[in-house]
Design a protein around this ligand. Sequence first.
Ligand SMILES: Nc1ncnc2c1ncn2[C@@H]1O[C@H](COP(=O)(O)OP(=O)(O)OP(=O)(O)O)[C@@H](O)[C@H]1O
Ligand SMILES: [Mg+2]
Length: 245
Amino acid sequence: MEPEGRVILKGEHIAKHFGALAALSGVDFTLHEGEILGLIGPNGSGKTTLFNVITGVYRPTKGKVFFEGQDITGLSPHKICQLGIAKTSQIVQPFTHMTVAENVLVGAMYGGGLSQREAWDKTWEVLEFVRLDKVGNVSSGNISIPDRRRLELARALATSAKVILLDENMAGLTPSEIEEALDLLRAIRVRGITLMVVEHIMRAVMGISDRMIVFDYGEKIAEGTPGEIADNPEVIKAYLGEKYA
Ligand SMILES: Nc1ncnc2c1ncn2[C@@H]1O[C@H](COP(=O)(O)OP(=O)(O)OP(=O)(O)O)[C@@H](O)[C@H]1O
Ligand SMILES: [Mg+2]
């Protein structure tokens, strides 16, 4: 199955070694404009490492990353964010001494190109969109888990990213909170933003993804529609014995 949109983000033969450990070895992927691409794989299979390579936190040992046709390999995280790629963290780490709105403002300023006044306008627009406007002036240390997850998304949205990488943004949510989170992702897609979603909650990631890729031990072992992935014997094997199977 060939997705419809043009390729917005592409990885070629990406490898990342930490000493003797190959966290990623020779991974190729494409992300097409407007799609939701799911990325799954057992713990330690390299998902977060790939996000860190894409966003410039790590320089790959080998391989290249292209964004809108431009080679962005080795650029600083700040530069990559300004070009239009943002990610949410697996470990939620808001600046707890700041309010929810101030946290989102950091995203708006970091994304670049906005005056302080425009950044505040952007902040409140985004807070309303993710339905955090009512807690905008609350200290971010005092909000609920689902609100913290939404705050992570709001910070990414405030940078005016074209591509957002979500790293387990639904971890710790109840089933009804997961439904709300999925609705929010669909609304983000309607805004024209392209999403790459790492998630262990299979029902959620299978339900939302147009296409999926599967990692095992730092390699891509499968790629296809959620239906194809669910039936793939390699994938079932990789998850056998995993609590997420
Ligand atoms: N900074 C680092 N230094 C050394 N090893 C690392 C580092 N970051 C990740 N690793 C190792 O690389 C491998 C891949 O880790 P990664 O965090 O990418 O996995 P993951 O697929 O995101 O796992 P999880 O589902 O548990 O979040 C693991 O063996 C991990 O211990
Ligand atoms: Mg991870």
